[in-house]
Design a protein around this ligand. Structure first.
Ligand code: 13P
Length: 254
């Protein structure tokens, strides 16, 4: 079975003490992860190593960067490269979050470079896609998301696409308390899987984990995750509360 993944995206939240308390609560909770489960903690760069020391003790739990530079190295003040992450044994990075696309003007082309550099340095991208409310209201979300995937991912080889992680995050559902219905999520996830299947074949598309993100919380996670093409979630606000995220982890398909 493809991996079922509960990924936290802390964004730019929590001071160091709060971050370590939350990590302690999660690593000491009674979650039982099986081989098909993966928990990712997308923490701010300065906390990666400290949180990693704790998650390393829990099989199936890993830290995840929230971004990666689009260039290898050089005079790019404030950026963090794939090589740096690799040197810290960071195995995952969120790429193309809608907040990065919107506030930092990251285009599909720039995101293709980020994906390439992540893979070059042995880092698994958690590649985000998703449409705005305008696009949803004009009912063009399928072609919009398809274009995001094609322009940033479809230069990859089949081998690189195997076990790839994609997060579908409709922008209108992020931080708004307004989730997509489980049917809306399933519909888009099935579309994403079919687009990947057309490009790479069914065998590869069946290995891709497609996470849903946008106002996932303890109370709605199980219903959303139970849909056949939803392989877990990328969670913002609710991932900052230990017992909320704990329940979300426990809501992954068994
Ligand atoms: P919320 O769960 O706060 O809506 O955020 C979703 C998100 O952006 C995760 O990357």
């Amino acid at each position: 079975m493809r991996k079922q993944i509960a990924a936290a995206n802390w964004k730019m939240n929590l001071n160091l003490q709060q971050a370590m308390e939350l990590t302690d609560q999660l690593v000491n909770s009674d979650i039982h992860l099986n081989e098909a489960h993966q928990v990712l903690l997308g923490v701010p760069f300065p906390y990666l190593l400290k949180v990693k020391e704790k998650t390393d003790k829990i099989p199936g739990m890993s830290v995840c960067a929230q971004n990666i530079a689009s260039t290898k190295n050089g005079a790019y003040t404030g950026e963090v490269s794939g090589e740096m992450l690799q040197g810290m044994n960071i195995e995952f990075a969120i790429i193309g979050h809608s907040e990065r696309r919107e506030y930092f003007k990251e285009s599909n082309d720039v995101l293709a470079s980020k994906v390439n550099l992540a893979l070059e340095y042995g880092i698994n991208p958690v590649f985000c896609c998703g449409e705005s409310l305008n696009v949803r209201e004009s009912n063009t979300q399928n072609s919009f998301v398809e274009k995001q995937l094609k322009e940033s991912l479809f230069h990859l080889t089949a081998n690189q696409m195997k076990n790839f992680i994609i997060a579908y995050e409709p922008i209108w559902a992020i931080g708004t308390g307004k989730t997509a219905t489980s049917d809306q999520a399933q519909e888009m996830h099935a579309h994403i899987r079919s687009v990947i299947s057309q490009q790479y074949g069914k065998e590869i598309s069946d290995t891709v984990s497609i996470l849903y993100g946008g106002s996932v919380k303890a109370s709605n996670a199980a219903e959303i995750f139970n849909k056949p093409d939803v392989d877990g979630g990328l969670v913002g606000g609710a991932s900052l509360v230990a017992n909320e995220f704990d329940t979300i982890i426990k809501s992954l398909k068994k």
